[in-house]
Design a protein around this ligand. Structure first.
Ligand code: ADP
Length: 498
């Protein structure tokens, strides 16, 4: 019973998970629990930082009990987290000054407008790689300082600390000894100058965020202190935001390698090596990770509505029993490609950036049945992915050779085959679909010297590769039909006048 383990703490938007990895880096156990979502006003989304901490500790406890693991056998912890979600707390009392403002929260649109009016769009793109949007942490910090009673004064006295969820967990785990984040999380705050790899003074001034709030930024695979727990001292050695952790977990170590996570939305990240590539096409440039002082970068594009479109078929239209049954229905729908669904429920993201677009179903005839609508909806995930990849190619000049996939909808064989056909490159599904937690565990093990990146690459197991079968003329016909459909959804709403 001389086994050693690595534990990954995966703090996501909907739940906290703890995963147990053996000394060979294979997952051997998981515990999970949901956290409360607060929606105090339309467009607002909050979490309770204390609940995040207690739930995260609770799933860790359950994991070690269920698998009879002595905490002294845990060689290291890795942390991966929902990104951009913002927490402020008092360094003396350890109390959060309010609920966490979640990445999805739109309340800081006015703060974003004033950054745009101040002419900062291009500066922010060049220094942070980001676009001005409520999504990122900077305007959320400002909002809390401006709206929570006494916050400004406490910040001025040096009593407040800011952190994304990783920093909050590290601070709690180390009992206030370490206030740190990693480069991948720092690069999502709107305050981090990626060109200089340091907090940006100009943006701190523009957003009125004092330096004393900001965590120290450390390598993603490195020393984040220790968690003293039940007589054991467990080193924290790996930290990365969830999508970057998934890129690492998928072994996308070289420039041009990319992964797509098919969840509620899709998150596509492509490694751009040691090149930071601020995007003219409206993609995001970000730090992938930094290891032993060497940073790697990535470009990122998201599809707003992916798996959510299947949830709409199931819950909204009631024409689908479960997301998983879409596979069988798509196969039943037959060969005809008359129907085309554009799920622009919330406008369209990259590369269209049209918030006035709305969803539509095209090509309906008297004999259209629900299977055809399900098939076309499923295919819309692949079409939208293709659009983002085309923008990435235009931006980086990199031709993708294969696409690595994960997330709930990547289990759908029909979708994966169609994706390979449409892109004309192989689509690769790994044996371990938990890429995010795998990435955090791999970063932690790397810091301990349990393995190196070459070994991680060798160790990856592919469950299935989907090889493109479609001929180019058919592929071109699909693309032309999709493009035509998208064009007809653009500017559907009239922008409101001043
Ligand atoms: P998230 O992390 O965003 O919650 P998950 O990775 O858990 O998402 O994936 C859940 C999403 O994937 C849901 O939107 C669901 O509709 C979709 N989904 C799950 N299984 C399938 C499937 N077999 N085929 C298609 N879509 C699926």
């Amino acid at each position: 019973m001389n086994k050693h383990y690595i534990v990954a703490l995966d703090q996501g938007t909907t739940s906290c998970r703890a995963l147990l990895f053996d000394a060979a880096g294979q997952p051997v156990g998981v515990a999970q629990q949901e956290i409360t979502q607060y929606f105090p006003q339309p467009g607002w989304v909050e979490h309770d930082p204390d609940e995040i901490w207690e739930t995260q500790l609770g799933v860790l406890d359950r994991l070690v009990r269920e698998h009879h693991v002595d905490p002294s056998r845990i060689s290291a912890l890795g942390i991966t987290n929902q990104r951009e979600t913002t927490i402020l707390w008092n360094r003396k009392t350890g109390r959060p000054i309010g609920r966490a403002i979640v990445w999805q929260d739109r309340r800081t649109a006015p703060e974003c407008e004033s950054l745009k009016t101040a002419g900062l769009t291009e500066y922010i793109r060049q220094t942070t790689g980001l676009v001005i949007d409520p999504y990122f942490s900077g305007t959320k910090i400002r909002w809390m300082l401006d709206h929570v009673e006494g916050a400004r004064e406490a910040a001025r006295r040096g009593d407040l600390l800011f952190g994304t969820v990783d920093s909050w967990l590290i601070w709690k785990l180390t009992e206030g000894r370490v206030h740190a984040t990693d480069y991948s999380n720092a690069s999502r705050t709107l305050l981090f100058n990626v060109q200089k790899m340091a907090w940006d003074e100009r943006l701190q001034n523009e957003l009125d965020v004092p330096s004393s709030l900001l965590p120290e930024v450390r390598d993603s695979s490195g020393d984040f202190g220790e968690f003293a727990w039940r007589g054991a001292r467990i080193p924290i050695r790996g930290v990365a935001g969830d999508q970057q952790a998934a890129l690492f977990g998928q072994g996308c170590f070289a420039p041009g390698m990319a992964k797509n996570t098919y969840g509620t939305g899709c998150f596509l990240l492509m490694n751009t090596g040691d090149k930071f590539c601020p995007s003219p096409a409206g993609l995001i440039a970000t730090v992938a990770w930094r290891i032993r002082g060497r940073a790697q970068y990535a470009v990122e594009g998201s599809v707003l509505i992916a798996g959510a479109a299947l949830q709409w078929l199931r819950d909204g239209l009631g024409i689908l029993d479960s997301a998983a049954s879409s596979e069988q229905m798509a196969r039943q729908a037959g060969e005809a490609d008359d129907v085309c669904v554009v799920p622009a429920f919330a406008g369209l993201g990259a590369p269209y950036w049209d918030m006035y677009a709305r969803g539509a179903i095209f090509g309906l005839t008297r004999d259209t049945n629900r299977a055809q609508i399900v098939k076309a909806t499923l295919e819309s995930l692949a079409f939208q992915t293709q659009d983002v990849l085309a923008a990435m190619r235009a931006d980086t000049g990199i031709e993708l050779e294969r696409l690595r996939v994960d997330g709930g909808a990547a289990a759908n064989d029909y979708l994966m085959q169609f994706q390979a056909d449409l892109l004309g490159i192989p689509v690769e599904r790994p044996a371990v679909i938990e890429s995010t937690a795998q990435g955090a565990a791999n970063l932690a093990g790397l810091a301990l010297g349990l393995w190196d990146q070459e070994e991680l690459e060798r160790r990856r197991r592919i469950e299935r590769t989907f090889t493109p079968m479609m001929k180019e003329p058919q592929r071109a016909a699909h693309r032309a039909r999709w493009n035509k459909a998208v064009q007809r959804t653009l500017h559907w709403l009239e922008p409101e006048g001043p």
